[in-house]
Design a protein around this ligand. Structure first.
Ligand code: BGC
Length: 798
C-alpha cells in the first residue's frame, strides 16, 4: 500500500470539493425546463401526477406519458392547499427559536405544510416525507431545511474565521463538503450563507458573517452559494441555499440582537446590500427576511424592500422565507395583530412563513376581506413549488433519503482532514514578538487555560448538527503532534467565567462553562507552578462557543475577569507566553497585546480545531489568515472599520490629536488590529506599485501591479489588498474601500507580480439619488498587505 503524506491527502481532498468549472451553473436551464413542464414517467414516483389522477376533476388520460406543469398542479389545488405550501414548520429536534410547531404530522397529512426544518437523519426525514408524498391528497413532497452554517457534522471554522482565509476556492469547497454531508442526512435546503455586514463586535452574530467589508463579503457570498448549489440542484449532493438576513440585520443599535436598525439608503446600498446582491447574482435559490426594521418597517412586511427592490428591481423571482416567527413579531414591533401583519408580509411578496403559522391562520380570511389577492397567494405557492421542482423532488421525493450515503459521506476521515486544513487557514497571527512562534518540539510546554482541554468549545456557534464529543481539543491536538518529544504540563488555571448566572445563560445548549469546585486562587497557584516548570506557556483562553451567535450580544468584550486575573498572574513569571484566543467576535485585548509575546486568534475552528492549532503552533502550517473585522481598542471605539468617512475635522495620526478634531481624549482613533492585518512566520516585501496609466477615459481599463517577495526562509501565503478612495464626489466617500485582493503563495525568496484591473464599474457607487455612478475626478489607490501599511498612487477618471 502506498502511504500518502498528510499534506498530499489534504490537498487531494480539497481538489475534490473545488469545482473546476466556474461557468454559471445549470440551474437556470434546468429551471426553465421544469417551469414549462416536468415529465412524469413512472407512476411510483409521480407524486404530483398521481394526486391529480386520483382527485382532480380534470385529469390527463395516459398516466405514463403525461406532462404536468406547475400550472396544472396548481389548478388542482384548493385554496387551503396553496396556503399550506406557504407554511414552514419545525417539529423540534434542533431547536433554534422560541417555539416549536405542534401536530406537524397531521398538518402534513392534511396538505397544510410546505416544508419542515430542524430535523435530520434519513429515518426521521423520510417518515415526514412519506406522509407528504404518500398520504397527503396531492402528494407534494416537503422541503427539508436546516441551518448548515459552517459544515454539517464535520464542522468547519465559524464563518467569520473562514472569511479570514480570504480564499474563495477554499470557502466554496467547505460549502460543497457541507452540502454533501447534509444531503446524505436527509436535508436539501440550508439557511446559509449569512452575509450581513457587521461592524459591531458586541453583536454576537458577527461570528456568522464575513466581517465588515462588502467587497470581500460579496465574493464570499457568491462562493458559498456556488458551493452549496453546485452546477445542478437536482444532484443528490447539492442543496438549495438561502441568503440571509435581508436586510441590514448586522447593524442593530448597541450591538443588541434583534434591536433597531436605522441607516441611510446611501449606506444601505453601498455597504450593506452588495453581499445579498452577489448571492442573488450567483443564483441563490432563496432569501430569508430579517428580524429588524428597515426604515421603521419590519423587514418581513416591508414592500419597499422585498416587492420593490428584491422582486422588481433585482428581478428575484425565487423563494422568500421569513425568519423564525418574524411575521408574528411584527405585532410586538407595533404593526398590528396577526391578521394584519400576515397580510402585510404577503403584500410584501414574502412566500413562506417560518414557524409562526400566520399565513396558515389568516390568509383565507384576508382574501375574503380583500386584504390580499388570489394572485399573491398563487405567486407565493408557485415559488415554493418551483423550489421543489428545482430540487428534483417531483421526480423523486426521496432523492435526499439515501441511507447508504450516510455511512460514507458524513464525518469521514477525508472530511476531517479537510476541516483541519481549513481551520489552520482561518487562524490569524495577531502578534509574534521575537519569533516566539513557531514552537520548537522540545523541552516543556505549560498548557494553561480553561479552553486548553475543552472539546466542548471547539465548534463555535451554529454547529447545530456537530457533536462536540467528536471534536479535537487543543490538548489532544498538541499531544498528538509532539508525542514523547515534549513534556506538556497542564493546568486549567481558571474557569471561562466564575459567574454562575452568566454561565447559566451561556449554557442554554450545553455545559460550555463549567465552574470548577476548586478555589480560584488555588487554580491560579497550580497554573503558576506549571508555568514555572515550563520553557514556554501556551495560554488557551477566550470565549465559549455560544458566547457569540444568536441572542449572544455582549456589552463587555474583554476576556472574562477570571481569565484576565490568571493571565496577569502568569505574565509575572517572565516566561514567554503565547495566547491562543478562542472567540466568535473581535475582543478588546489591549492589555494582552501589550503583555503577551504572541497572540494567535483561532476563532472557533470546528471539529479539527485542536489539531489545526497544533499544526500552526509547531509550524507544520504557516499561518496566513488576515482579519476581516477590525479589533477595537475598547468598546467605546465601536464602530471602528477601515472604510469610515473622513469627517470635516479628521484626525488620522498616532499622537496627541489637536483640539477640535474628531478624536477621543482617552483612546486613539485607530483600531488595535486593523482590517487586513495578519502575520506570517515569514516576511514579505512589497516593491513599488505601478499603474499602466494615470488616467481612465471612458470605457477604459487600467491596471495596477506590484511585486511581492518572500524575504524569509520558509514558504508562506500573503493576501495582497487594494483599496480605493474617491477624493471628491457628489457625496462624502470612504477614506478607503477594499476593491481588490489576491492570495498568493510564495516560496522563500520567490517574487510574484500581482495585478488588479480597475475600470469604471469598480469606481462606481450609489449616489444620493441611488443611481450607480462613477464620477470623474481624482482617485487614490492604496496597496499593501493590510489596510494600514500601504503604498499610495493616484489616477484620474476623466
Ligand atoms: C435565525 C436564522 C435561522 C432560523 C432557523 C432564526 O432564529 O435568525 O438565521 O436560519 O432561526 O433556525
Amino acid at each position: 500500500m502506498i502511504e500518502m503524506s498528510f499534506a498530499n491527502a489534504k490537498s487531494m481532498y480539497r481538489q475534490e470539493f473545488i469545482t473546476a468549472d466556474r461557468s454559471p451553473h445549470k440551474k437556470l436551464l434546468f429551471k426553465l425546463a421544469v417551469t414549462i413542464f416536468f415529465a412524469v414517467f413512472a407512476s411510483q414516483t409521480s407524486f404530483a401526477f398521481q394526486a391529480i389522477t386520483q382527485d382532480a376533476a380534470t385529469q390527463t388520460d395516459d398516466v405514463k406519458t403525461a406532462i404536468v406543469s406547475i400550472d396544472e398542479l396548481m389548478a388542482n389545488m384548493t385554496l387551503e392547499e396553496k396556503i399550506g405550501q406557504l407554511n414552514l414548520l419545525t417539529p423540534g429536534g434542533a431547536v433554534t427559536g422560541t417555539s416549536v410547531s405542534k401536530d406537524v404530522a397531521s398538518k402534513i397529512a392534511a396538505g397544510n405544510v410546505g416544508g419542515v426544518f430542524g430535523i435530520r437523519g434519513i429515518d426521521r426525514v423520510r417518515q415526514l416525507q412519506e406522509i407528504a408524498a404518500e398520504q397527503s391528497r396531492l402528494k407534494i413532497p416537503l422541503l427539508t431545511g436546516m441551518d448548515v452554517i459552517h459544515g454539517h457534522e464535520t464542522i468547519f471554522p465559524i464563518p467569520l474565521a473562514l472569511s479570514c482565509s480570504w480564499d474563495m476556492e477554499l470557502i466554496e469547497a467547505t460549502a460543497k463538503a457541507a452540502a454533501k454531508e447534509a444531503t446524505a442526512d436527509g436535508l436539501m435546503w440550508t439557511f446559509s450563507p449569512m452575509v450581513d455586514i457587521a461592524r459591531d463586535p458586541r453583536w454576537g452574530r458577527i461570528a456568522e458573517g464575513a466581517g465588515e467589508d462588502p467587497f470581500l463579503g460579496s465574493a464570499i457570498a457568491a462562493a458559498m452559494v456556488r458551493g452549496y448549489q453546485g452546477e445542478d440542484l437536482t444532484s443528490p449532493t447539492t442543496m438549495l441555499s438561502c441568503v440571509k438576513h435581508f436586510a441590514n440585520y448586522g447593524a442593530p443599535e448597541g450591538g443588541r440582537d434583534y434591536a433597531t436598525v436605522d441607516m441611510s439608503q446611501v449606506r444601505m446600498h453601498n455597504e450593506y446590500l452588495p453581499p445579498y446582491k452577489a448571492a442573488i447574482d450567483a443564483g441563490v435559490g432563496s432569501v430569508m427576511t430579517s428580524f429588524n426594521v428597515v426604515d421603521y418597517i419590519p423587514a418581513s412586511g416591508n414592500q419597499a424592500l422585498f416587492k420593490d427592490l428584491l422582486r422588481d428591481r433585482w428581478g428575484f423571482d425565487e423563494l422568500v422565507v421569513t425568519d423564525y416567527t418574524s411575521i408574528n413579531e411584527m405585532t410586538a414591533h407595533g404593526l398590528g395583530d396577526l391578521q394584519r401583519v400576515s397580510a402585510m408580509a404577503l403584500n410584501a411578496a414574502v412566500d413562506m412563513d417560518m414557524v409562526g403559522e400566520g399565513f396558515f391562520r389568516t390568509l383565507k380570511q384576508s382574501l375574503e376581506a380583500g386584504d390580499v389577492t388570489q394572485a399573491q397567494i398563487d405567486a407565493a405557492c408557485r415559488r415554493v413549488l418551483q423550489a421543489k421542482a428545482d430540487l428534483g423532488l417531483f421526480e423523486d421525493a426521496y432523492r435526499y433519503c439515501d441511507a447508504e450515503r450516510g455511512k460514507t459521506d458524513i464525518l469521514s476521515e477525508s472530511n476531517r482532514n479537510f476541516a483541519r486544513e481549513v481551520a489552520a487557514q482561518s487562524f490569524v497571527l495577531l502578534k509574534n514578538e521575537e519569533k516566539t512562534l513557531p514552537l520548537k518540539k522540545q523541552g516543556t510546554i505549560g498548557l494553561i487555560g480553561p479552553l486548553a482541554d475543552s472539546s466542548q468549545n471547539m465548534l463555535g456557534t451554529w454547529s447545530v448538527s456537530g457533536d462536540a464529543k467528536k471534536s479535537v481539543s487543543v490538548m489532544a491536538g498538541m499531544k498528538q503532534a509532539v508525542g514523547d518529544d515534549v513534556e506538556i504540563l497542564y493546568a486549567k488555571g481558571c474557569n471561562i467565567s466564575d459567574d454562575p448566572a452568566f454561565a447559566k445563560r451561556v449554557n442554554t445548549f450545553a455545559q460550555e462553562i463549567v465552574i470548577s469546585d476548586l478555589d480560584a486562587d488555588e487554580m491560579i497557584k497550580e497554573a503558576i507552578e506549571v508555568a514555572r516548570k515550563s520553557d514556554v506557556v501556551v495560554a488557551v483562553m477566550g470565549e465559549s462557543s455560544n458566547m457569540s451567535g444568536e441572542s449572544s450580544s455582549m456589552a463587555d468584550i474583554r476576556l472574562q475577569p477570571a481569565q484576565r486575573k490568571l493571565l496577569k498572574a502568569l505574565a509575572k513569571i517572565e516566561k514567554p507566553i503565547v495566547l491562543v484566543l478562542f472567540n466568535g467576535r473581535p475582543m478588546t485585548i489591549k492589555w494582552e497585546s501589550e503583555n503577551m509575546d504572541a497572540i494567535l486568534d483561532v476563532w472557533f475552528g470546528g471539529t479539527e480545531a485542536g489539531n489545526a492549532v497544533a499544526d500552526v503552533l509547531f509550524g507544520e502550517v504557516n499561518p496566513g489568515g488576515k482579519l476581516t473585522t477590525s479589533f477595537p481598542v475598547s468598546v467605546g471605539q465601536i464602530p471602528v472599520y477601515h472604510s469610515m468617512l473622513n469627517s470635516g475635522r479628521p484626525y488620522n495620526g498616532d499622537g496627541d490629536a489637536p483640539k477640535f478634531t474628531s478624536n477621543y481624549l482617552d483612546i486613539p482613533n485607530k483600531p488595535l488590529y486593523a482590517f487586513g492585518h495578519g502575520l506570517s512566520y515569514t516576511t514579505f516585501e512589497y516593491g513599488p506599485p505601478t499603474l499602466t496609466q494615470t488616467e481612465i477615459n471612458d470605457g477604459e481599463t487600467i491596471y495596477v501591479s506590484i511585486e511581492v517577495t518572500n524575504t524569509g526562509d520558509r514558504a508562506g501565503t500573503e493576501v495582497v489588498q487594494m483599496y480605493l478612495r474617491d477624493v471628491a464626489g457628489s457625496i462624502s466617500r470612504p477614506m478607503k474601500e477594499l476593491k481588490g485582493f489576491e492570495k498568493i503563495e510564495l516560496a522563500p525568496q520567490e517574487t510574484k507580480k500581482v495585478s488588479f484591473e480597475i475600470d469604471q464599474s469598480l469606481l462606481s457607487f450609489f449616489n444620493s439619488d441611488l443611481e450607480f455612478v462613477a464620477e470623474p475626478g481624482m482617485f487614490e489607490l492604496f496597496i499593501g498587505g493590510n489596510s494600514v501599511d500601504v503604498q499610495k498612487l493616484e489616477f484620474e477618471l476623466k
